[in-house]
Ligand binder design. Structure first.
Ligand code: PLP
Length: 391
């Protein structure tokens, strides 16, 4: 029944795991959405916009107030100079940004390099655009965390490669690509004349301290990269409004134009009353995401310490909502089997990573989110501690 362009795209694992959570009354550390909403003042702006008539089509590329706020945000945080009228576009979440970027930039047969484990919508959208995915594996390193090997990236480039679809801070590993790693990606992109599309929805959610703390570096700020980089972000993760689906793209006019060429036929325009509220968040509540990150850091530490105590091999993430654990130490061979058994055994839901890999490097890996209230994380750890988690 389903069109062939959708064949072979695995159904999202979140549907199965969230259904399991519901059926068993399990604590859901699977899906990454906060259980506390973002700032009240932003909600108030959206209500005001609804009540004062922002209820008809917004301009296709977004309301000027939000495009200007995004440009100011990029200048303030990263020193990037953008023309809000031609170099910024509002999208229906970063998800539509990804879709429009792939449909606007990838021709049938073009190869797209992604990091694996990958975000699941990348797979679907590359395929719907007729592109071919080439995955480069982030590998656990002795220095801690999953790292990019520039030689593996180089080896993935062919004469058909069109673009690199990058994600940093990276879901699900929590890796924040270092300036060195990004410089290596940039060198490959420049040498082979590739476009880089970069998903930076976790740009503000990094957890370092002090001067050598891991910090998000936008690809667009690297020498020679602005003109070939399309940057995607959104309000969802930074301001705890994942249900709003307000995102934006920024970059050189030609790349934003290519995205808009597709976006105009997908949704034409995105939710009008939410856009002024998003502009207000970026302008007036600039430090809110940093305060959220400080809270998330505490929760990360609690979850990672608790999981390590249970005998799981924990990778402490430098960013995002997630931590990845290796379950081999408990005698399990397969993360999917483990995650299917976990709600029944312990009353907790986590997500197996194998579905986000082409290679089998993810077989032992399981993802847990810490974007929940501390009491929820404590309850999950309590339940796990009271259960037999061995295979
Ligand atoms: C959550 C997430 C998105 C989706 O962002 P929306 O603005 O909700 O569409 C995109 N990329 C990554 C890596 C994410 O984790």
């Amino acid at each position: 029944m389903v069109a062939s362009r959708l064949h072979g795209i695995p159904p999202t694992i979140f549907t199965e795991m969230s259904a399991l959570a519901l059926a068993t009354g399990a604590v859901n550390l699977g899906q990454g959405f906060p259980d506390v909403d973002g700032p009240e003042a932003v909600i108030k702006r959206a209500v005001e916009a609804l009540e004062t008539g922002a209820n008809q089509y917004a301009p296709g590329p977004g309301v000027p107030a939000l495009r200007e706020a995004v440009a100011r945000h990029q200048r303030r945080h990263y020193g990037l100079d953008l023309d809000p009228m031609t170099q910024v576009a509002v999208t229906t979440g970063a998800t539509e940004g990804i879709a429009a970027a792939m449909l606007g930039l990838v021709d049938p047969g073009d190869e797209v390099i992604v990091l694996e484990p990958y975000y699941d919508s990348y797979v679907a959208m590359i395929q719907m655009a007729g592109g071919v995915r080439r995955a480069v594996t982030l590998r656990p390193s002795a220095s801690g965390g999953f790292r990019l090997d520039p030689d593996e990236l180089r080896a993935a480039v062919t004469s058909r490669t069109r673009l690199i679809l990058l994600n940093s801070p990276h879901n699900p590993t929590g890796t924040v690509l270092t300036r060195e790693e990004l410089t290596a990606v940039a060198a490959v992109a420049i040498e082979h004349d590739l476009v880089v599309v970069t998903d930076e929805v976790y740009e503000h959610l990094t957890y370092g301290e002090g001067s050598d703390a891991p910090r998000h570096v936008p690809m667009a700020t690297l020498p020679g990269m602005f003109e070939r980089t399309l940057t995607l972000s959104s309000l969802g993760k930074s301001y705890s409004f994942t249900g709003w689906k307000v995102g934006w793209a920024s970059g050189p006019t030609a790349l934003v134009g290519a995205l808009l060429a597709a976006k105009q036929w997908l949704t034409f325009t995105s939710g009008a009353p939410l856009q002024p509220a998003a502009a207000y968040a970026l302008d007036a509540l600039d430090t809110w995401p940093t305060e959220l990150a400080a809270e998330l850091r505490t929760r990360r530490d609690a979850l990672c310490a608790g999981l390590a105590e249970l005998g799981l091999g924990v990778t402490v993430p430098d960013g995002t909502y997630f931590t990845v654990t290796d379950i081999a130490g408990l005698g399990w061979e397969d993360g999917t089997t483990f995650c299917r058994a976990l709600p029944e055994r312990a009353g907790v839901v986590a997500i197996p990573l194998q579905g986000f890999y082409d290679s089998d490097a993810g077989r032992h890996l399981v993802r847990w989110t810490f974007c929940k209230r501390p009491a929820v994380i404590a309850e999950a750890l309590d339940r796990l501690a009271r259960s037999d988690l061995r295979a």
